[in-house]
Ligand binder design. Structure first.
Ligand code: GLU
Length: 422
């Protein structure tokens, strides 16, 4: 993915130009602060030793300790990790959290590991990065193909290595180990709250809105459930093994139960006459709201002109390429960008970190209420910024985040200050 990072930075450049930010700020935000590559070498069940490439990047810590998930994916690479850490920098800034951006990955296919091998990979990752992370330095969390139990192994490893129980070094932990209530569904729920806040202005009315979701993992399945309960009609879902379309709609709970039983959404029960469609077709299928919740670069110049949805809610990180943005903007398609739409996960991670440090644990209603208020506030801020500059929500979100980053970076003095200005 050699172009991913360069392409991501174009959004920073575009926002910087609109805001006319100081060159020092741009210099600071153009390069990762540090990235540590390593090999995660573990004993496999068959007795052999195997090494997997791994990385952790702390992109920028102007706003606080770096924060972001760890991804286990066979295609992971340093370029992707840096890009994801860059996005986390902006996501935390947009969400108004006291965190910078980070990310980690291991290039491994978890479907080919036994549970014991998965545990060894997770513990070894933490052994490699124990001096890189820390509750005041860099705080990992789950991402694609990592989950609560992986976080539990990692926090346990860290606590053993430092001989100090340290729940605040990792978020997304199981609740009995200091995890937060409401972290599991936070990403999907946060996206739902953002959509509710902006729905009227985006021309969305639940009963008249047909939804297509690309991906049916944690974020998409929870968001689908909330949309369904609010009266939206779920007409299409997909996962890595296939896609399903039904104009009459489907119940996400039934789709999820089917996926849990069979490992795939294909063949899930629907209301009407469903048909299997190609995964790629999902992006351009007949719907009003498209929710990309899988991998990067799914909406590109090649298919953006054929997108039928009038609103895109980006639950995945980076699902729309830089070039596709202009095309969608010209066509009047609203894109609710990833750095706002999927910020619910890291927001509840922040709540978890606060609870770990305060030793005071909140009930689920408190978590949801605080998440809702946060997402509403920042959705309003992003909208206001887009309106002021007469642009789309992506540029609005980048400008909103950049203003916060600029204020923190400039507080140390900029070139104007050092050259004798103010
Ligand atoms: N991996 C999630 C994301 O991309 C969550 C990060 C976190 O909770 O730190 O936003």
């Amino acid at each position: 993915m050699p172009d991913l990072f360069a392409s991501a930075k174009k959004r920073l450049m575009a926002a910087a130009e609109m805001l006319d930010v100081d060159g020092d700020v741009l210099e600071m935000l153009s390069y990762p602060k540090e990235t540590l590559s390593s090999s995660v070498t573990v004993r496999m069940d068959n007795g052999s030793l195997k090494s997997f490439k791994a990385w952790r990047c702390r992109y920028n810590d102007a706003l606080g300790p770096t924060k972001g998930g760890i991804r286990f994916h066979p295609d992971a690479c340093i370029e992707e990790v840096m890009t994801l850490a860059f996005w986390m920098t902006f996501k935390c800034a947009v969400a108004g959290l006291p965190f910078g951006g980070g990310k980690g990955a291991v290039a491994v296919d978890t479907k080919k590991l036994s549970n014991r091998e998965l545990e060894r990979v997770s513990r070894q990752f933490m052994q490699n990065y124990a001096t890189f992370v820390g509750p005041d330095r860099d705080i990992p969390a789950p991402d694609m193909y990592t989950n609560g139990i992986v976080m539990a192994w990692m926090v346990d490893e860290y606590s053993k290595m430092t001989d100090t129980p340290t729940p605040g070094v990792i978020t997304g932990k199981p609740v009995p180990l200091g995890g937060s209530k409401g972290r599991e569904d936070a990403t999907g729920r946060g996206g739902f709250y953002v959509l509710c806040t902006l729905a009227e202005r985006l021309g969305i009315e639940p009963a008249k809105t047909r939804v297509a979701l690309q991906g049916f993992g944690n974020a998409a399945s929870h968001c689908a459930q909330l949309l369904h309960e609010a009266g939206y009609r779920i007409v299409a879902v997909s996962d890595s093994s296939g896609a399903l379309y039904d104009a009459d709609g489907m119940d996400p709970a039934e789709v999820l139960a089917h996926k849990k039983d069979t490992g795939s959404v294909a063949g899930a029960p629907t209301k009407g006459k469903s048909r299997e469609i190609g995964g790629e077709e999902l992006v351009t299928c007949d719907c009003d709201l498209l929710v990309p919740a899988a991998l990067e670069d799914q909406i590109t110049c090649d298919n953006a002109a054929d997108v039928q949805a009038k609103v895109i809610l980006e639950l995945a990180n980076g699902p729309t390429s830089f070039d596709a943005d202009d095309l969608l903007l010209e066509r009047g398609v609203w894109v609710v960008p990833d750095i706002l739409a999927n910020a619910g996960g890291v927001t509840v991670s922040y709540f978890e970190w606060l609870q770990n440090r305060g030793g005071d644990y909140w009930d689920a209603d408190t978590v949801r209420d605080r998440l809702r208020r946060k997402m509403e506030t920042e959705a309003e801020n992003v909208w206001a910024m887009a309106e002021e500059y007469e642009t789309g929500l992506r540029a609005g979100a980048y400008m909103h985040g950049l203003k916060r980053l600029e204020a923190a970076i400039s507080a140390h003095g900029t070139r104007a200050y050092f050259n004798g200005g103010s």
